[in-house]
Design a protein around this ligand. Structure first.
Ligand SMILES: Cc1cc2nc3c(=O)[nH]c(=O)nc-3n(C[C@H](O)[C@H](O)[C@H](O)COP(=O)(O)O)c2cc1C
Length: 360
């Protein structure tokens, strides 16, 4: 199975299945001398850990990370960094009864068509569990970015039709992981909680929108034409399971605006350029402008629902399915750290490419 690696200069390869022995990642291209500890990685992993919160799966995993290589005396050595966590709470028996049935909305049908064989236990590689690898690698990317003053944050903007319309500053987003659904607007989060509870009681699931921001990104990152920064970000975010759309800046709203409204006018203040708005989401011509980078992802409702649905078996015979087991009612709170990590991985690659370009 190809397609398990990401990045050019700062590269990662993820491995492992939902109900296999372990999930992990190999990171290559990390500069030497970066201070990194298992605690640093763990802190990020705990943000996506299953088993907490009303919207998340009840699967209990400690997700405790082990760094197997590439770090010596608390610093990266410049050699490949291998990180691994063992799966602890797989209940593969839940999948025995449905192993010949394709779960609607999940990847079972398409994996079967492609490979003729797949690990049906918890979705195998297509499981949300794989995203642990991205968060572990993203933790290192975030550390590199922080050295350059770049930070990444986000929040759950909408669950179903309950939407938070406010903008948040970097400071306001710092404590987003203290909230249960990762929405910093308390009244909106309360309504979201109600909706999640109602949905779960009906044996159903619900989708939403996650917003991301990268602060203090220098102007000039990104390669024009085929590797535009916005296309790299869109590809990275779309590569996360359950993401069905990506918007940069004003996104789909731009299609309904006039040019004079959507253009971010530029002025000079004390000899420095200043944009009067940020509809571009911090990127013009595929290159960062120095404004905050903003992106939003549309996250579909979790495919596995306990409501009865029509499906077929491997012999294309009609059947019905009720997916039992432990699933996220809404993926949004757990996808946030994954999306932040993918954005960090794109930016760290763009930063390295920009540094390399200046060597000439
Ligand atoms: C963090 C995360 C958690 C997820 N949790 C579940 C889950 O509990 N149950 C489920 O059926 N799908 C879950 N998914 C979604 C599936 O992985 C995804 O829908 C499936 O691979 C099909 O891919 P697609 O939605 O991109 O087409 C999760 C995805 C992510 C990123």
């Amino acid at each position: 199975m190809a397609g398990n690696s990401f990045g050019k200069l700062f590269k990662l390869s993820s491995f492992g299945e939902s109900h296999g022995i372990a999930v992990g990642v190999m990171v290559d291209g990390c500069p030497a001398g970066l201070e990194i500890s298992e605690e640093d990685i763990q802190k990020e992993l705990d943000k996506r850990k299953p088993g907490s919160g009303i919207a998340g799966t009840k699967r209990k995993e400690s997700d405790s990370i082990k760094i197997l290589s590439g770090v010596f005396e608390g610093k990266t050595t410049g050699t490949p960094i291998c990180m691994l966590t063992y799966n602890e709470d797989q209940k593969s028996a839940n999948y025995e009864q449905i192993k010949n049935l394709f779960r609607p909305g999940h990847a079972d049908f398409s994996y079967f068509k492609k490979y003729g064989f797949y690990d049906y236990r918890g979705g195998g590689r297509s499981s949300g569990r794989e995203t642990l690898a991205r968060v572990a690698a993203g933790a290192i990317a975030k550390k590199i970015l922080a050295r350059h003053g770049i930070t990444i944050a986000g929040f759950v903007k909408a669950i179903g039709s309950i939407e938070c319309k406010r903008e948040f500053s970097e400071k306001q987003l710092e404590k987003v992981y203290d909230t249960e659904l990762r929405c910093p607007e308390i009244e909106t989060e309360e309504k979201m909680k109600e909706l999640v509870k109602e949905t779960a009681a009906k044996g159903d699931s619900i989708g939403g929108i996650v917003e991301l921001k990268a602060f203090n990104v220098p102007a000039g990152l990104g390669e024009p034409v085929f590797e535009k920064l916005d296309s790299e970000i869109a590809g990275a975010l779309m590569g996360i399971g359950a993401v069905k759309a990506v918007e940069i800046g004003s996104g789909f709203r731009a299609a309904k605006s006039l040019g004079s409204e959507n253009n971010d006018q530029i002025t000079a203040k004390n000899g420095k350029p200043e944009f009067l708005s940020n509809n571009a989401g911090g990127i013009l011509g595929g290159i960062s402008t120095g404004q905050d980078i903003t992106a939003r992802i549309a996250v579909k409702p979790t495919p596995s629902v306990s409501k009865k649905q029509k499906t077929i078996n491997r012999n294309s015979e009609n059947s019905e399915i009720e997916v039992i087991g432990r699933h996220d009612v809404c993926i949004c709170p757990r996808i946030l750290p994954v999306a932040e990590s993918m954005l960090a991985l794109v930016l760290v690659n763009a930063l390295m490419e920009q540094k390399a370009q200046k060597l000439g």
